[in-house]
Write a protein that binds this ligand. Structure first.
Ligand code: GDP
Ligand code: MN
Length: 375
């Protein structure tokens, strides 16, 4: 689970790392209030889970409350890599002298935490040449001992006062990493200010999902879209994709195969939807209603009737057709348990079904391209 910057900074600060004064805000009005409370020029930073926010224009500066309100409105109207900005962090501006990079991750190769540090902060670490990054593993039984921090700051060639502060921060960052069962804690940039304070100007944390059961005090952050959250409530597994052919299949393997075969015939899947192994009428109906609400150009339903009975699926389809109508082309592929009954039920209601997956996918792609009408 990824945390927003303002959450990560709060946890880092609780472990003793200095962060800029500031607070999160969720409306332009609130930004203005928080700005006034700060009583200093501010940075207004959009809170999103994707990286590269600064480059995408998601960070603005403001010197007056009016300016703070104005730039925050721009941010709240922004999407960064498809993620809508709903919150911002209003922070005191720092006078930056230099920017460092500092992170701790799990190195799965050695099965040990890995510290990475560099004087080339403020840019993507992937862009920094390897010989400018200091890397040191942490022995979990020992933790971060003072010599390790000294070795790192020596290699970075930091001036005396900064090196003491950075050493302390490395050890506190490991406290944060351990306390919250993180897979990643990253400060980029770790700023040395004009008056020689060392402050975390950015903060990133990813928590190990398998440790969430013992991290009761952490906030729960979902990366799912609102539609994905709705479908999750019905108990189905659903991921939004970028295409225009909606897909429903039973079983994750079947759903992935359907995405693939749609692409093979030149189409683009609008989603991945695993309607489950034993989909009964109600959830199937709900899932299909949700899919139709996303305005696809066609829908393909791909069912292998093992545990799922094809006639259940057919009955659900007929109900949806009767309740809300299906205004886009619908292609059905059914095979397995009670498939003959299913084809009969569908046929009685003017819906035809295929047995071959390739044929069905090809048809769905054709109908989507033609922009055909529904059944
Ligand atoms: P990111 O692009 O999402 O990683 O956002 P960051 O929080 O790392 O900010 C990107 C860059 O904006 C930093 O590397 C700084 O150069 C600049 N920046 C952020 N906060 C401040 C600030 O308080 N003062 C100044 N002068 N620059 C800042
Ligand atoms: Mn950053």
């Amino acid at each position: 689970m990824k945390l927003y910057e303002y959450m990560a900074k709060k946890l880092m600060n609780q472990c003793g790392i200095s962060v800029p004064r500031g607070e999160a805000a969720f409306s332009a009005q609130e930004v203005e209030q928080k700005f006034t409370g700060l009583d200093s020029p501010a940075v207004i930073k959009s809170q999103v889970l994707v990286g590269g926010r600064g480059k995408a224009g998601g960070i603005k500066f403001a010197d007056t409350p009016q300016e703070a309100r104005k730039v925050s409105k721009e941010l709240f109207n922004m999407q960064i890599k498809g993620e809508q900005v709903t919150g911002v962090l209003v922070e005191e501006q720092l006078d930056i002298s230099s920017e460092l990079y500092l992170s701790i991750t799990v190195d799965t190769g050695t099965k040990k935490p890995l510290i990475m540090a560099s004087t080339q902060g403020g840019v993507d670490i992937e862009e920094v040449s390897d010989d400018l990054i200091v890397k040191r593993h942490i022995e979990p039984d020992w933790g971060v001992l003072p010599y390790l921090c000294r070795e790192i700051t020596d290699q970075l060639n930091l001036p005396g006062e900064a090196s003491k502060q950075v050493s302390a921060i490395i050890s506190k960052l490991y406290d944060t990493f351990k306390t919250y069962d993180a897979e990643l804690v990253e400060i980029n940039p770790l700023v040395i200010t004009e008056d020689n304070r060392v402050i975390a100007a950015d903060g990133k944390m990813t928590i190990d999902d398998d440790a969430m059961y013992r991290q009761d005090e952490l906030p729960r952050v979902s990366e799912k879209t609102s539609l994905e959250q709705q479908v999750e409530k019905i108990g189905l597994s659903f991921v939004e994709l970028e295409g225009d052919i909606a897909i429903m299949a039973n079983g994750a393997g079947m759903a992935m195969a359907t995405v693939d075969v749609i692409e093979q015939y030149g189409g683009k899947a609008a989603n991945f939807l695993d309607a489950g192994g034993g989909a009964s009428v109600e959830p199937t109906k709900k899932a299909l209603e949700l899919l139709l609400n996303t305005d696809p150009r066609a829908v393909i339903i791909n069912i292998f009737g093992g545990i799922t009975r094809c006639d259940d699926v057919a009955n659900a389809l007929v109900q949806v057709k009767q309740d809300m109508g299906i205004k886009v082309p619908l292609v059905i592929r059914l095979i397995g348990t009670k498939d003959e009954e299913a084809v009969k039920i569908l046929g009685q209601h003017g819906i035809s079904a295929y047995q071959d997956m390739g044929e069905a996918a090809k048809k769905a792609v054709e109908l989507a391209a033609e922009g055909g009408v529904g059944v």
